[in-house]
Design a protein around this ligand. Structure first.
Ligand SMILES: [Zn+2]
Length: 449
């Protein structure tokens, strides 16, 4: 087993899991809580992910675990064990174990100290992140702040990012007070956006003043038919990769934004390497029904790396009576919590099968079954309706970050002909067991029903 001593080490736990640990910790008889760690090594650093917690009535030691086990222990501070350094010393990790010791101050629970032991060597983790709703970062040294450093780690086939000049305070004077979370806490985040069509471009534009970095992924080129729905683009962009054209517009307008444009399919080798190398704070998918395999791929990555997944779709169709109907879906999946794009709501079995066959096939191969044209399922697309759905999506994510939304959630908007206002349904995913992807059952057919 190789040591990861020369790499940055990021300890990660989902918010639901951390809350579970705290609940166990305050029970009577509980001395501390322990959990298994899984370690993923990437070129840019190691992720030490914390799994299911269990309570202990006594302090464990390395001898209680198999020789090669990786584990974590969390306790409240006591006079005997005031810090994570002291806790690590007390639990005596085995020589081949990787162990994280966490100590939480009792007064208010604001202060959390962390020390890790990597094969006998104690040190501080580079960062400790509780991901998900109301997420918090304890960072001993902010990693990857310099974009040149970031990109020097990457394979040469990932193109250099588009960048612009730093912002001024005046620039944010209208944005900052309107947000439910501090702009500073968002500014260092990195969003991966899969699907930069009409709605995807709007999402990219809306996220641009808020986040520090975006990686745009879409293999398509700009067609003349896109220009009505993507007013930031011009006739000169026709024929260019969508991601490149949109990236240029984003940095033309937004200072300090770093945008990487990847004109590839999500399941390409370039994207595979990108997701192995980089840490994203949010994965957004904005693809139509032909992009189900990309949605599944994104959900798998999001679940594997404990990152929130925001899936957004807008549709204008004819209802069963031939009347025009406007629809929109915004689904936010909290890392480590129930629900994924395969089960909430349940994908039709045939669509799921086609997408899984496509994912298993070589990149660039045609999807199985009949070719679906965009007009198979839709009348068309309108900028103003996309803007409504985009607004709901971004606000859902912001409320998730602020803690107002603290679980996976699905919001559906439907505006039928003959109705003066749209109907809006929201559903929290709280079901249990079943889906092969996230081990949960299919949810009900529609939200609010
Ligand atoms: Zn699922």
């Amino acid at each position: 087993m190789s040591s990861d001593l020369d790499r940055s080490t990021h300890v990660r736990c989902t918010h639901p899991s951390f809350v579970q640990a705290l609940r166990l910790l305050v029970q009577q008889e509980t001395h501390c809580v322990v959990a298994r760690l899984s370690v993923q090594t990437r070129a840019a650093g190691c992720d030490w992910q914390i799994h299911e917690w269990s309570p202990r009535t006594e302090l464990p030691t390395g001898a209680d675990w198999p020789g090669l086990a990786d584990w974590v222990v969390l306790s409240f501070a006591t006079p005997e064990i005031p810090s994570s350094d002291a806790l690590l010393e007390a639990v005596q990790p085995g020589p081949w174990q990787r162990v994280v010791a966490l100590v939480l101050a009792r007064d208010g629970g604001e202060e959390l100290t962390a020390t890790l032991c990597d094969h006998g060597q104690p040190r501080s983790p580079t960062s400790l992140e509780i991901s998900g709703a109301n997420r918090t970062n304890w960072t001993s040294e902010r990693p990857l702040t310099d974009n040149r450093t970031l990109n020097s780690d990457l394979p040469s086939d990932i193109p250099p990012p588009h960048t612009a000049a730093p912002p001024t305070l005046r620039r944010h004077s209208r944005t900052k007070p309107a947000l439910p979370v501090p702009l500073e806490s968002l500014a260092s985040s990195h969003v991966a956006l899969v699907g930069v069509g009409r709605l995807g471009e709007l999402l990219a534009q809306s996220l641009a003043p808020l986040v520090g970095r975006q990686t745009l992924i879409d293999p398509d080129r700009v067609g003349e038919e896109n220009l009505d729905g993507m007013p930031a683009l011009s006739q000169d962009d026709v024929g260019q990769a969508k991601v490149t054209a949109v990236a240029k517009r984003l940095v033309d307008n937004r200072s300090a934004l770093v945008v990487t444009a990847i004109p590839e399919q999500l399941r390409s080798l370039v994207c595979q390497r990108l997701f192995d190398e980089r840490r994203f704070d949010l994965i957004v998918t904005c693809v139509d029904e032909r992009g189900t395999s990309a949605r599944l791929k994104a959900t798998d990555w999001a679940r594997q790396h404990l990152v929130p997944h925001l899936d957004v779709g807008a549709l204008i169709e004819r209802d069963e009576n031939g009347q025009r109907r406007l629809k929109g879906d915004v689904r936010l999946f909290e890392p480590g919590a129930p629900g994924c794009v395969a089960c909430c709501p349940a994908l039709p079995a045939e669509e799921l099968r086609r997408a899984e066959v496509e994912l298993a096939g070589p990149v660039g191969s045609l999807p199985p079954g009949p070719h679906l044209d965009w007009s198979t399922h839709r009348l068309g697309s309108l900028f103003h309706w996309n803007a409504v759905i985009c607004g709901v999506a971004i606000e859902t994510y912001l409320r998730f970050l602020s803690g107002e939304i603290n679980s996976s959630i699905w919001t559906r908007l439907i505006w039928d002909s003959g109705r003066p206002v749209p109907s809006l349904h929201s559903q929290v995913f709280d079901a249990v067991s079943g889906c092969r992807r996230c081990r949960l059952p299919p949810a009900a057919d529609s939200p609010g029903s």
